[in-house]
Design a protein around this ligand. Structure first.
Ligand code: PLP
Length: 371
């Protein structure tokens, strides 16, 4: 197989655009109703359809995943210390700071790449109010340990599930229903998108009602009863989401197929110990672990020379975190890299990427992973 000259760049993600006819069908409804925001009929419908699809107790749609995280923290009056992972997207720590609390970083578990319950236990102080683990690449880990830690220390447990959208049949149901709340992101780069958007999954009707009020300036029966914000999704985003939801299972199937192709193509370099393919259970990402940062950078360069753009998820670590205090997170942040994975790619693309990767890994300077 030869490597093509690409005119169009191949990016790490490509937004899933819904079928135009289907989208128009929903947009016609917006024009008929002349209602474009403020809990309109499509937002209500998407809320209901997602609650059923994800099989979760309550779900509140929000403007984005970051506002869903902020909402969860506000809902439980969190304003002191929150223990979280340094190996995540910037939004996690920023949401904590935005509500006036302080992120306290604990190291990750080397195998799961998620926050380590043992490391969290050592960081609990009188000021700790919540634990905020992240479902990295859609992975779920240690949920029961976190549940019992939170119970013992009377802490809130909020999951950043921005990357963990998946139907329960595919994914561990635990991923979306552990703890008090789980924030999802429906950003354009996510497996399910509403352009910008997100949701907060909740367990009780009281939390649901309070969250619905907080995203709308704290309004209850027409009057602001508490200090809220504006974190509402609008009708056009909901239309996009409703149309995308109709093909989500097909999207996941395509990504699963591409993932399997990658795995086959890279099986020999994985067997040689030069890379580790990290599992993304909902096929949201195609993460790879290299032996060191120099190897990662050489692969990134080789791909870019062919107009192919992977991404370092997550690098750097969260601002304010001292890397030497979290050695496992620091190591993986220097070694993890996501290859392109989305519904607009072909199987041939995965074969080409694997070829480029293998050629770069064949250099004698590349060492094996110390696992
Ligand atoms: C782990 C994580 N947390 C939070 C977010 C923020 O979501 P959004 O971009 O929808 O605000 C993202 C994605 O962008 C993410 O990957």
């Amino acid at each position: 197989m030869t490597i093509r000259n690409r005119n169009e760049p191949l990016l790490v993600q490509c937004p899933c655009l819904p079928d135009r006819k289907l989208l128009d069908h929903y947009i016609d409804q917006i024009y008929d109703a002349k209602w474009i925001t403020n809990n309109g009929q499509l937002v209500q419908r998407l809320e209901k359809e997602l609650t059923d699809f994800l099989d979760v107790p309550y779900l509140v749609l929000t403007a984005n995943g970051t506002s869903a995280l902020q909402l969860a923290l506000k809902l439980y009056d969190i304003d002191q210390e929150v223990i979280t992972t340094p190996f995540t997207f910037a939004a996690t720590g920023q949401a904590i700071k935005w509500v006036g609390a302080e992120p306290i970083f604990a190291d990750i578990d080397k195998k799961s790449l998620c926050l380590s319950p043992k490391a969290v236990a050592k960081k609990i102080t009188k000021r700790t109010q919540a634990i905020l683990p992240v479902n990295v690449y859609g992975r779920t880990a240690h949920n029961q340990e976190f549940e019992s830690l939170a119970k013992t220390h009377k802490l809130k447990l909020i999951f950043d599930g921005a990357q963990s959208f998946s139907p329960p049949s595919l994914h561990q149901r635990l991923a979306l229903t552990s703890g008090d709340a789980t924030a999802l992101s429906f950003h354009a780069t996510k497996i399910f998108n509403t352009i910008e958007g997100g949701a907060l999954i909740l367990k009780s009707e009281d939390d649901y009602k309070k969250a619905k009020s907080l995203i709308n300036f704290g309004f209850r029966v027409g009057l602001p009863s508490e200090n809220g914000t504006n974190a509402k999704m609008n009708e056009f985003e909901a239309a996009f989401g409703l149309a995308n939801l109709e093909t989500i299972n097909k999207q996941i199937e395509i990504r699963k197929h591409l993932t399997e192709e990658y795995k086959q193509q890279l099986a020999d370099v994985e067997a040689s110990g030069k890379i580790r393919l990290i599992k993304s259970p909902n096929y949201a990402y195609l993460p790879i672990q290299f032996s060191d940062e120099a190897t990662l950078l050489s692969i990134d360069k080789a791909l870019q020379e062919q107009n192919i753009f992977g991404r370092r998820y997550f690098h750097p670590l969260q601002p304010g975190c001292e890397p030497s205090s979290v050695p496992k997170a620091r190591a993986i942040s220097n070694q993890a890299y996501c290859l392109p994975l989305h519904g607009n790619m072909s199987v041939a693309d995965t074969h080409e990427i694997a070829l480029i990767l293998k050629a770069a890994l064949a250099s004698p300077s590349v060492s094996s992973l110390a696992l």
